[in-house]
Design a protein. Structure first.
Length: 245
């Protein structure tokens, strides 16, 4: 059993962390519980937990056989998938909290309709924006599969909106929430996730955005695939904690 004090240490620290522990059901239960214990908070500073159900594509080993150009393309797709997955899970957790939504729904809609998103048509609800993000994630998966299977005739998609920087996104949401603490993005790594997805995580870690988007990566240290980002730059492992044997 992992103590509540240890959980508090993890969630209060404003730095990216690797949480070392074996890939077990117990670990997953702990991580999901940690996110539940740190809900979305409006009007005061408090860390918020976001458990990522999915953050990258599943690997079958085929991607390692591709040439460098195609690997680079997979890296771009994986980066887009990760940032949109983070955005989706943040907004979804907010949307499920009726009390918070009652305070900020209009501000959220105004934010998602702002010029930063390069929107073609305004949305009318937060649920509509969540649907857009789900569509983007689906398209990322489709594009990844297209590159992986060497299909040079993948579709061209015209997304209804687009944002680039996940830290900026998080800062905008925090301002609306009137909460200056961080979103702790809890990643539960399994061996089946691709190298490109883990490199995308290292890219976020390298931006030093932990006061807004703070990565908490749970992994078996023997199985984590990389400490370099998508540009092959080595990133420090940051602080490490042991979840248990």
């Amino acid at each position: 059993m992992i103590s509540s004090t240890f959980e508090k240490q993890i969630m209060s620290h404003k730095f990216h962390e690797f949480l070392f522990g074996r890939d077990t059901v117990t670990r997953t239960i702990f991580l999901k519980g940690m996110a539940e214990h740190y809900p979305i908070v409006y009007g005061s500073d408090a860390p918020m937990g976001i458990y990522l159900e999915s953050y990258g594509m599943l690997s079958d080993g085929r991607e390692a056989l591709l040439n460098s150009d195609k690997k680079a393309e997979l890296g771009i797709i994986s980066r887009e998938y990760l940032k949109n997955s983070i955005a989706y899970n943040i907004v979804s957790k907010i949307e499920s909290n009726s009390v918070v939504m009652g305070e900020i729904e209009k501000q959220l809609i105004d934010f998602f309709n702002s010029s930063y998103f390069n929107r073609k048509n305004d949305i009318k609800s937060v649920q509509s924006y969540l649907s857009e993000l789900k569509e983007i994630l689906s398209v990322c998966q489709e594009k990844y599969d297209s590159v992986l299977f060497n299909d040079n005739h993948s579709k061209t998609y015209d997304f209804p909106s687009y944002f680039f920087d996940i830290e900026w996104f998080g800062k905008g949401i925090k301002e609306i929430l009137k909460n200056n603490d961080q979103f702790n993005i809890i990643v539960d790594y399994h061996d089946s996730i691709t190298l490109e997805a883990n490199q995308a995580i290292m890219m976020i870690i390298g931006t030093k955005c932990a006061k807004t988007i703070c990565m908490k990566v749970a992994t078996d240290p023997k199985h984590w695939s990389t400490y370099t980002d998508q540009m092959n730059y080595f990133k420090e492992k940051s602080y490490q904690k042991v979840l248990g044997k």
